[in-house]
Design a protein around this ligand. Structure first.
Ligand code: PEP
Ligand code: MN
Length: 457
């Protein structure tokens, strides 16, 4: 991946041939590309582009996640359900990064533990759907599969899968990542700016609480500076990006063989995960990701068994390398206390040490009588509590949270101290896919998680 001519063409060809074993297996949730010539040309264009992330960064994240697996750090992963091309604006990206930085400060300060920050950003463009088609009135069209595949508008033109969107997705991811890197490396994420991150958001109880925490941090930092401490390290913060590696026609062309190790790295994002709907052991996604060197996540829903988990470990993490594999459980508030402890115990007994993360969003979806897809903040919090309780019960480490959120002031999830109710949902509902916590609900959640995390230390 560097310009050193270490990697011979033959080595590279061999590595790619091995990587392509997935092509013999069934891949669920892929679009039907009608124009195969356009698809081939989009894929070769992607293959010729520079990587978005680099092997060294990916290795760094794997080490950080290993710390979390061992109980020495905590993962905060969050962002949109589905990023959109129209939503990749400077303001929206900045506010999402600010929200994650604020949550990370709340968690770090509350639990005195390093927090690994990972955005669901710069590539979270493809969505699995429960049905291949959508019908409105007389008209049936392909389902919307995310901006990297087709358009949301309900017309035959817009819903046709367009391979040029793969290339556009890459460029959107590049400009998003460019901004994320600027915000997190250029002084904006400096801990001495804790107050700044709170500016521009509508005043609410959660950010007033944040303000007083920021004042405490400020005082502590100023005290340390007065004592002569060197804070130049605090100017930058590590920030990684992740997405569901759903669309193999995007992921495969963005894979590069690292010249140092001759191993394949997915360069579309640092952390890639496999969704609940594509995690079959004999499916193309598990096969493909088993070959990548990136840290890999797998979502586990409420029907997951110990056997499923153990076989996924054998396939994706045969060396039992801490940091390699993250299980992201999404059970639902009503089920987590029944299902999770058994799963944790079975995996613990096997001697494996995956990182366990909770996604308290995807098991708690409801649809209101008025037709909005939503989630109750209380259910989200209840699943989070169930996650911490289950780990306490089994003696394993609750290593992180995976949240759908935005820095915007949307009204997509019910409840929180602002008490968004069904009548309010329609006022600012913008998600094209799943409902996200707004800025205030995200901060509120972080304060509550910090309390739980204190008990887990
Ligand atoms: C998602 O993370 O947006 C998603 C579709 O999740 P899951 O695979 O858990 O259903
Ligand atoms: Mn989602």
């Amino acid at each position: 991946m560097t310009s050193e001519p270490i990697l011979s063409q033959a080595t590279e060809d061999r590595a790619f041939a091995d990587l392509d074993s997935y092509q013999a297996l069934a891949a669920k949730q892929q679009p039907t590309w009608l124009d195969t010539e356009a698809l081939a040309s989009a894929k070769s264009e992607l293959a010729s582009q520079p990587p978005l992330v680099f092997a060294g960064e990916v290795d760094q994240l794997r080490e950080r996640l290993a710390q979390a697996a061992r109980g020495e750090a905590f993962l905060l992963q969050g962002g949109d359900c589905a990023e959109t091309f129209a939503g990749a604006t400077a303001d929206q990206i900045r506010d999402r990064v600010k929200t994650l930085l604020q949550m990370a400060v709340v968690l770090t300060y509350g639990a005195s533990m390093p927090v690994i920050k990972v955005g669901r950003m710069a590539g979270q463009f493809a969505k699995p759907r429960s049905s291949d088609t959508e019908t409105r009135g007389e008209l049936t069209l392909p389902a919307y599969r995310g901006d990297v595949v087709n358009g949301y508008d309900f017309t035959p033109e817009s819903r046709t899968a367009d391979p040029q969107r793969l290339v556009r997705g890459y460029h959107m991811a590049a400009s998003t990542l460019n901004l994320v890197r600027a915000f997190t490396q250029g002084g904006f994420a400096d801990l001495r700016q804790v107050h700044e991150w709170n500016k521009g958001f509508v005043s609410n109880p959660a950010n007033r609480r944040y303000e007083s925490l920021a004042a405490e941090i400020d005082r502590a930092v100023r005290f340390m500076i007065a004592c002569g401490a060197d804070f130049s390290e605090l100017r930058r913060t590590e920030f990684f990006v992740s997405h569901e590696a759903l669309l193999l026609d995007y992921e495969r062309p963005l894979t590069r063989i690292d010249s140092r190790t001759s191993l394949p790295y997915g360069t579309s994002g640092h952390f890639l995960w496999i969704g609940e709907r594509t995690r079959e052991l004999d499916g193309a996604h598990v096969e493909f990701l088993s070959k990548l060197r990136n840290p890999i996540g797998v979502k586990l829903g409420p029907t997951s068994t110990v056997d499923d988990a153990l076989r996924l470990i054998d396939k994706l993490d045969p060396e039992r390398e801490p940091g390699r594999l993250t299980f992201i459980t999404r059970m639902g508030a009503g089920k987590i206390r029944d299902v999770l402890p058994g799963l944790l115990q079975g995996v613990k007994d096997s001697g494996a040490l995956p990182l366990w993360v909770t996604d308290p969003m995807h098991g708690n979806g409801i649809t209101t009588p008025t037709g909005y897809k939503t989630r109750r903040f209380d259910d989200v919090m209840d699943e989070l509590k169930g996650f911490f309780e289950s780990h306490r019960e089994v003696g394993t480490f609750p290593g992180g949270i995976h949240i759908e959120l935005t820095g915007d002031d949307v009204t997509e999830c019910l409840g929180g101290s602002e008490n968004i109710d069904e009548a309010t949902l329609g006022t600012k509902y913008e998600s094209l896919c799943d409902p996200r916590l707004n800025h205030m609900q995200s901060l509120e959640l972080a304060f509550q998680v910090a309390e739980e995390l204190k008990l887990a230390r």
